[in-house]
Design a protein around this ligand. Structure first.
Ligand SMILES: Cc1cc2nc3c(=O)[nH]c(=O)nc-3n(C[C@H](O)[C@H](O)[C@H](O)COP(=O)(O)O)c2cc1C
Length: 346
């Protein structure tokens, strides 16, 4: 019911908003399991009006076979937001796409980059770099279900593949299948022997290859991802000709540094945001969440990095970590934690 209401509200905006999603994709916060949940996205949206936000990956089987449509819950306040799906069965992905589009998401993204064992066992994620024609079938089937844009997030290759050969072949097949926008994590995934975490650091980054892809496929909107740790680095990638930059861990751990000036620096519109003001803006959201039976820590865990590198940051983190799980914790707990920052700034 809630989803239906959201979708109806959205339909009014959808035509105008559609083209704006690829503009928003000039900067995006990457999909991250257990991290980019709806609370995290609400916080990020307060820091930047324009940055494109991605959900955690939701698997098509969970939605279609498991009926877990609650995984699609989100708020209209998060837009522009893209739903990331995992799966490799075209029909199932098509059904999941329809559910996601009906729920109001601006974009549906297919995960061809995640190397975790759990995901491999279901033939999702990075292992699909070895089956580009199947991926093409998947995105074709997904496109038949919605007007929302279907996009792909991929690696430059897996295992012993030669990225300079497989990546252009993969991108070309995506283009033939009607894909217009791809995010490329600029490193290989090694499917055996490395943990998912190691797979985000150990295989070397190859930015020049991704730049080359932009030159080879000028009509496509290509975003570069992997190891971008500051907004200055993001601007440098854009200056190299990339259409977009996707940032994962740095945006999560350091949301203020990445997002609070993004509207002005990346999009050339809007004012910078202030993390202290954002904390105050979070309070009504927190209140509502608690009223609905939620826990403070489910929201504040995403706020720990708000003052990273600034006076009082450590005390803010420590106070929130220690007190957000205690009985009766609520907005006052957050305000008490904030005093550590405001006092340190005096
Ligand atoms: C905790 C965590 C969870 C992730 N979950 C996903 C996911 O669900 N789907 C996906 O495509 N990538 C996932 N990734 C990978 C990120 O989207 C991104 O590609 C990767 O972290 C590299 O970008 P970064 O160096 O800016 O963090 C995850 C990364 C992290 C740190």
């Amino acid at each position: 019911m809630q989803l239906k209401t959201q979708a109806t509200e959205r339909n009014v905006l959808i035509d105008n908003k559609k083209s704006n999603v690829s503009k928003a994709a000039r900067l995006s916060v990457a999909p991250m399991m257990d991290w980019t949940d709806r609370h995290c996205r609400y916080l990020h949206r307060l820091l930047s009006r324009n940055t494109l936000l991605y959900t955690e990956m939701v698997t098509a089987p969970a939605l279609v076979r498991g009926g877990a449509v609650h995984l699609l819950d989100h708020s209209v306040d998060e837009y522009p937001v893209a739903l990331q799906l995992g799966g490799s069965d075209p029909q199932e992905l098509a059904q999941a796409t329809k559910l996601g589009a009906d729920a109001g998401y601006d974009e549906i993204n297919l995960n061809v980059g995640c190397p975790s064992d759990r995901v491999q066992s279901g033939t999702f994620g990075a292992v699909l770099m070895k089956a580009p024609e199947l991926v093409a079938d998947c995105v074709r089937a997904m496109q038949t279900e919605t007007d929302a844009e279907i996009t792909v997030k991929c690696r430059i290759g897996v295992d012993d593949q030669a990225p300079e050969e497989v990546l252009p072949d993969f991108i070309s097949r995506m283009q033939d299948a009607g894909i217009k926008r791809i995010s490329i994590h600029a490193r290989k995934a090694w499917l055996k022997g490395l943990s998912p975490k190691e797979n985000r650091d150990v295989p070397p980054l190859d930015y020049p290859l991704v730049y080359q892809m932009k030159r080879d496929f000028p009509a496509l909107h290509l975003s570069i991802n992997g190891g971008v740790s500051t907004l200055e680095e993001a601007l440098a990638h854009l200056a190299h000709g990339m259409d977009g930059v996707m940032i994962g861990r740095a945006a999560y751990h350091n949301p203020t540094d990445i997002l609070s000036t993004a509207d002005r620096e990346i999009y050339g519109m809007g004012a910078d945001t202030d993390p202290i003001h954002v904390v105050h803006q979070m309070l009504p959201y927190i209140e509502t969440h608690l009223t609905q039976g939620g826990k403070l820590n489910q929201i504040t865990r995403h706020m720990l990095g708000l003052f990273a590198g600034k006076p009082g940051a450590r005390a803010w983190r420590r106070y929130l970590s220690e007190h957000a799980t205690t009985r009766g914790a609520g907005p006052d707990t957050v305000l008490a934690a904030l005093q550590n920052v405001t006092q340190a700034a005096v």
